[in-house]
Design a protein around this ligand. Structure first.
Ligand code: SME
Length: 161
């Protein structure tokens, strides 16, 4: 496996994702432990994309429970009817929130978070976890992030779960 990742900070967002994705796949494809892989995916994306916060919430015991993440400490349990993560779980689709303060029920794990994208990850047709990425900037996520984060979600579903 690759033991370090290389990313050129002068690249565009699309180029960064295109450079990172093959490296993330190489980093995780021969490891069978899902937690180890999710942890490395968080680190690769946090440092490769300069995200403020990135983490997985895993479906456990009828809640979303904090899994591997990179960033400041976060709330550990989210009910399915709460927050952007809960909405993503219920709606089973990627949610882009350009202004978290305008999203009813948003859970502020950090007062610095301004915008957010949450991507569902499925196992046998049900949402098994969500990938949550937070930014300190308003309106920081777009269709480019959706495309590549969903590609990572499909990789996790097909190769890692
Ligand atoms: N903001 C999320 C909660 C998770 S933290 O941002 C890490 C939400 O509203 O579901």
């Amino acid at each position: 496996m690759a033991e370090s990742l290389f990313i050129d900070s002068s690249l565009s967002k699309t180029e960064k994702y295109q450079s990172l994705l093959p490296q993330i796949k190489a980093l995780t494809e021969s490891e069978s432990d899902i937690i180890a892989n999710l942890a490395n995916i968080c680190s690769a994306l946090k440092y490769g994309m300069d995200f403020f916060w990135i983490g997985f919430y895993l479906v456990k015991e009828n809640q979303l429970v904090l899994g591997p993440f990179q960033g400041t400490v976060a709330c550990t349990r989210i009910d399915f009817d709460k927050g952007v993560c809960g909405a993503c779980y219920r709606e089973q689709k990627t949610l882009i929130v350009p202004d978290v303060e305008a999203f009813p029920g948003h859970i502020a794990c950090s007062s610095l978070s301004r915008s957010e994208i949450v991507v569902p990850i499925f196992n046998h047709g049900s949402v098994a976890m969500v990938l949550d990425v937070d930014s300190t900037l308003l309106d920081d996520y777009d269709e480019i992030d959706k495309k590549y984060l969903e590609e990572i979600a499909r990789w996790i579903e097909e190769k890692l779960i």
